[in-house]
Design a protein around this ligand. Structure first.
Ligand code: FE
Length: 210
């Protein structure tokens, strides 16, 4: 096993390591902790929940920004706020380069509709940016966005390595009826969503040119 394969395997296992917690449905700490490195075996591929990041992977697909982006969102990993109604959702994952290296400090700017499918175009409700940690990990606490006319359920995001190019895209939910009719829906941007328990947990790894 060469070094690159080892790194890829490590990333697979990083994802796998979150599974027992997710299936347990009782832990609040669902960040990918990177403890997979402690797994001496590292050969059990049956539980891999997301596709492995292969060296030379294509970058995450770009999508239109849409009409509701507001620059200069507050820096925060939780966009939850008092009085905000909806089903709690945690989106987490890792920001990777096309060589499968974590991109520490990558900026992620999220914006989305509320549970009624409406954007806050005056303030910054359900808008916020954050920076990936030293292992490229991010975690967004939010609610499941509502749908609005013409669009399936989605979350907008801009992702940017430090001093790198901005990737603008959208994240989607599996099993949505609107996925079949939304003209710009792209299955490559569907999150891995766990619906067990009262809180939805979604996972998506970004691959950026860096
Ligand atoms: Fe939108």
């Amino acid at each position: 096993m060469d070094e690159r394969l080892s790194r890829r395997r490590f990333l697979e296992l990083s994802a796998t390591a979150t599974i027992p917690i997710v299936l347990g449905g009782c832990g609040e700490q669902d960040e990918p902790t990177g403890t997979a490195g402690e797994d001496p075996g590292g050969t059990d591929r049956r539980l891999a929940p997301t596709p492995a990041c292969d060296d030379g992977d294509e970058p995450t697909v770009e999508q239109t920004e849409g009409p509701f982006f507001t620059p200069s969102s507050p820096e925060r990993s939780s966009v939850l706020a008092p009085g905000l109604e909806g089903v709690a959702l945690v989106v987490s994952g890792t920001v990777l380069s096309t060589a499968c290296e974590p991109i520490a400090g990558a900026m992620l700017d999220f914006w989305q509709a509320n549970a009624s499918g409406e954007y806050d175009n005056v303030g910054f409700t359900l808008r916020g940016h954050q920076f990936a940690d030293s292992k490229g990990r991010y975690r967004l606490e939010t609610i499941v966005p509502g749908v609005y006319t013409g669009r399936t359920r989605h979350i907008h995001v801009k992702a940017q390595p430090e001093d790198g190019t901005v990737l603008t895209t959208q994240l989607y939910f599996p099993g949505e009826p609107g996925n079949d009719t939304d003209a710009i829906f792209d299955p490559r941007l569907v999150m891995d969503v766990d619906t067990a328990g009262s809180k939805r947990r979604a996972r998506f790894d970004f691959v950026l040119e860096a």
